[in-house]
Design a protein around this ligand. Structure first.
Ligand code: GLV
Ligand code: MN
Ligand code: MN
Length: 412
């Protein structure tokens, strides 16, 4: 176990050292560091004996084939892209635990009743093109062609990035796995919240994943001279956006129990000290476990934005980029995972919902899904302080071994 724990930690460190930025972890989709980390994952997949393939969108797939006639697919996955200034564990840990499960199967010489697919998804965070679950959407057959025209901050389109890195965009559809052929999905991930720390548990089950809507909001006022233009005659786009940001916060606080609302990215144009901001573009990210409620909140926020736009005479564009309904984890897979947790000596099996988005959301369109959460220090994530103890990594390896064993037995 010590050897396997050390291997996972060494690999987390190796991936963490691959970055597009000098002083922090930064592997946005389609960059040099992103490609290099995909290459490294592929070599580890090959080392453990998987048949590997990089698909059009950049997912790295490793397959342990079954010799059973009519065998279907089971997928284990997580993502290898990161947010800017990320930690080492969000995404990679789930892929590396998948590789440990393969190693366990090979060492035990188990007969596979299904083809086991380990997939390192190319983009889950959506940091570059505001497209969460880009990699898993291609696997699920839900990639939307219109996303190809989306541009990053440098004006480079997703289409250009795919063409340059991996090929012909029209091939994306043929990379999917059909619903008829897929029997399930498993993803291990750090919790990214404080529950496991507070409960003093290494791991727990996930019972569902919150719904999420992402909106691009643009405010267009009139830029002008900061020294000469009178205050009462301004159409300041930043002030409109700022007023709206406080609305987003206060509505989030009002419904604290069931809503989180965030403006995480904001561009001020021209972003110059002595010019009144003429344009502001920002994101909006709202999440809830209650789908209907989230739709209503989206409408309320849009209405409030329209009122601000009118009062301030600043033009508003409200563009919904993505919306995903909530996802329930599968009962049977949860049962297998519960057995896996108990066999690892953890007798209090907690079940919690995930506020964070995961590739399981997309894969739920083609398969029953399951997720294991692993404790991370102080619940901190999307932050370089993200940390999982070696003891908890070791426990997760044990749980994952037990889970895959249970699943294989059940399907044999
Ligand atoms: C991914 O980490 C997300 O929940 O945004
Ligand atoms: Mn993340
Ligand atoms: Mn993640």
């Amino acid at each position: 176990m010590k050897l396997r724990t050390d291997r996972v930690i060494d690999r987390l460190n190796a991936l963490g050292a691959i970055s597009d930025s000098e002083n922090c972890i930064n592997r946005a989709y389609g960059t040099k560091a992103h490609a290099a980390s995909g290459d490294l994952l592929m070599t580890w997949m090959q080392k453990v004996g998987l048949q590997t393939h990089r698909d059009t969108i950049g997912n790295i797939k490793g397959v342990l084939p079954s010799h059973a006639i009519d065998a279907k697919h089971f997928i284990i996955g997580s993502h290898y892209d990161t947010v800017f200034d990320a930690g080492k564990y969000d995404g990679p840990l789930g892929i590396l635990l998948g590789l440990e499960m393969v190693q366990y199967i090979i060492d035990k010489d188990l007969q596979m009743p299904f083809h086991l697919n380990i997939i390192a998804f190319a983009d889950e965070e959506g940091s570059r093109f505001n497209t969460a679950y880009l990699g898993s959407s291609a696997i699920a057959g839900f990639f939307e062609k219109s996303w190809l025209q989306r541009k990053d901050d440098e004006g480079i389109s997703l289409e250009t990035v795919i063409q340059k890195n991996s090929g012909i965009c029209s091939n994306i559809d043929s990379d999917s796995i059909s619903k008829e052929n897929c029997i399930g999905y498993f993803e291990a991930h750090i919790e990214q919240g404080p529950v496991l720390c507070n409960e003093n548990l290494s791991v727990c089950l996930v019972n569902g994943i919150a719904s999420q809507t992402r909106v691009d909001v643009h405010w267009t006022g009139i830029s002008g001279h900061a020294g000469t233009y009178p205050m009462n005659h301004r159409n300041d786009a930043l002030c409109a956006a700022a007023e709206f940001a406080l609305v987003v916060e206060s509505i989030g606080k009002e419904y604290d129990e069931k809503l989180v609302s965030t403006i995480g990215k904001l561009n001020v144009i021209p972003n110059t000290p002595n010019v009144i901001p003429g344009k502001v573009e920002h994101t909006l990210d709202i999440r809830s476990l209650d789908d209907k409620f989230l739709t209503e909140i989206g409408q309320i926020l849009e209405q409030r934005a329209k009122e601000i736009s009118k009062q301030r005479n600043v033009k508003l564009v409200w563009n919904i980029m993505q919306t995903n309904t909530s996802v329930q984890c599968d009962k049977n897979l949860k049962r297998c995972l519960k057995i896996g947790i108990e066999k690892a000596g953890i007798h209090r099996v907690l079940e919690i919902p995930s506020g964070a988005g995961h590739d399981a959301v997309m894969i739920s369109k083609i398969a029953p899904v399951s997720m294991l959460f692993i404790r991370c220090k102080d619940g901190i994530s999307h932050n370089p302080l993200e940390y999982v103890t070696p003891e908890d990594i070791e426990k997760s390896i044990e749980v994952c071994d037990n889970f895959i064993m249970e699943l294989i037995n059940q399907n044999n």
